[in-house]
Write a protein that binds this ligand. Sequence first.
Ligand code: ATP
Ligand code: ZN
Length: 213
Amino acid sequence: MSEMIRIAIQKSGRLSEDSLNLIRECGIQFNNGTGKLKSEAANFPAEFLSLRDDDIPGYVADGVADIGIVGENVLIETHQKVDLVHRLGFSKCRLSLAVPRGDDYRQLTDLHQKRIATSYPRILSNFLQEHKIEADIHEISGSVEIAPSIGLTDAICDIVSSGSTLMSNGLKEVEVIFRSEAVLIAHPNLSPARQQILDKLIFRIKSVQAAKN
Ligand code: ATP
Ligand code: ZN
């Protein structure tokens, strides 16, 4: 059997549709049957694995998948040994600090010794360290935005797109700490044959991106 590359994409979520569109725009046809974990392309040496986005960097680091598409936020947070090979420009979002609307927040140092809820403890703690703020990070996996109203924390650090979730939870955005977009990641030591397939794919992605600009 000839060489093929394994591509991990998000099964269902905010990356899925644009990831699939990009692959199609690259002229790659595949049958992404609903609920199917694995599917093979008809006209390109690739097969696709549909996974939870959080698992993608780990699978690529382990070599279970050769390449993958994830949010840069998840890439940095999971801290896996993979290469960021190309920026994809979709699923743009920001990771921000937010506090209760009534707070008279003025500057970052106001967060000194405060409790902050987040699902991104690594990115947050890097940011706080850089700015010499000592705060108490509470890692929670979901519904971060309710933490202040239930008295768990004084602030949150979460993904913001429109700000309406913050608003409905009585919060206001006070600092952007990270800007993210979808990125293509790769296993650091691909075989020459797979590297060649990846190069071909990146070439096609660049053409698709160039045609849009
Ligand atoms: P999974 O079930 O795969 O774990 P999830 O719920 O963790 O999914 P999604 O909400 O689908 O993740 O978000 C996937 C990625 O899309 C995020 O990590 C981020 O990079 C990006 N993203 C998140 N929110 C938005 C948004 N509102 N607009 C655009 N991109 C976003
Ligand atoms: Zn996830």
